[in-house]
Design a protein. Structure first.
Length: 290
């Protein structure tokens, strides 16, 4: 009797696991399907946005080549470099702001600490683009909406409010024992030395997470870039360029190039993640050992 119950339990467990695997497989197909479609479209030789078959009838690399050679209407290489420049510097500043604010709120106790955290939580409930008109006129008033200064304006926009996104990093810093800081203070370390030489090396996972999110925001943003760049086509970012490719006057000739551009903009993010994944895993294993 006991053996039958064990077999029945194993059978039920097997059926449940099979159902879960089937559901996960279906969800994986749904998730991967748009990516596969974009990649296939980027190699499609037929022009235009409307086709009768899912799979391309013929394949070509001309869509990728055209992105970098046909710059008379849409200068993709320049937009790519503009976005890369803005994203890199915004990432550096935002990462420093987030980690510094998170460390201060986690380790220091001062009078306005709780009011600041409450204010940041309330402001986080509202989407950032609600302030874009006010931000634009402030930037215009100080002369940052023309020429190459637009890049500086976008860097300031993307990194200026980064310190409000401290919740996740602060929660991680709270898990680092206070005894480590106290021991370092007794040894004569300053707060800056503790932050840079002790806390950050012990917090690799959250540092990597902060870098990735800080890079992705300016790399993928469209709203602020469109508002601030306006008609300055030489300052356009990739998001604006891809959006222009779908305008009615360009979509027939640039639709497959749009798909190629969408594939290309995913490469820096994927490369950054793959490069930093090792440090992320090492940090997690080190934290578990500690």
């Amino acid at each position: 009797m006991a053996g039958k119950k064990i077999q029945s339990a194993k059978r039920k467990r097997f059926i449940n696991n099979s159902i879960v695997h089937v559901i996960l497989a279906i969800l994986a197909v749904i998730w991967v399907f748009p990516i596969v479609w974009v990649v296939l479209t980027s190699f499609r030789a037929e022009q235009g946005s409307y086709v009768s078959t899912f799979l391309p009838q013929s394949y070509t690399l001309d869509n990728y080549i055209r992105l970098f050679t046909d710059t008379t209407i849409l200068n993709f290489p320049q937009m790519f470099m503009n976005t890369l420049f803005i994203a890199v510097f915004s990432c550096i500043l935002s990462t420093f702001y987030v980690l510094a604010v998170s460390y201060c709120l986690s380790r220091l106790r001062f009078k306005l600490r709780k009011p600041y955290m409450n204010m940041a939580m309330i402001l986080g409930l509202f989407p950032g683009f609600m302030s874009m008109i006010a931000v634009y006129f402030i930037l215009k008033a100080i002369g940052l909406t023309e020429g190459n200064l637009i890049k500086l304006a976008l860097i300031l926009v993307y990194s200026g409010g980064a310190g409000l996104s401290f919740q996740i990093a602060k929660g991680f810093f709270d898990t680092v024992p206070f005894a480590v800081d106290e021991a370092a203070l007794l040894d004569g370390c300053t707060r800056w030395q503790i932050f840079t030489k002790i806390t950050l090396p012990l917090s690799k996972p959250i540092v990597i997470y902060t870098v990735l999110t800080a890079f992705m925001s300016p790399w993928l943003d469209f709203i602020f870039a469109k508002v601030i760049c306006r008609a300055n086509s030489d300052q356009y970012t990739i998001a604006i360029g891809l959006w222009n490719m779908l305008q009615k006057e360009y979509i027939d000739n640039w639709y497959t190039c749009f798909a190629a551009g969408a594939v290309l903009i995913s490469i820096p993010i994927a490369a950054l993640f793959l490069y930093m994944q090792r440090y992320y895993v090492d940090g997690l294993s080190g934290a578990v050992k500690g």
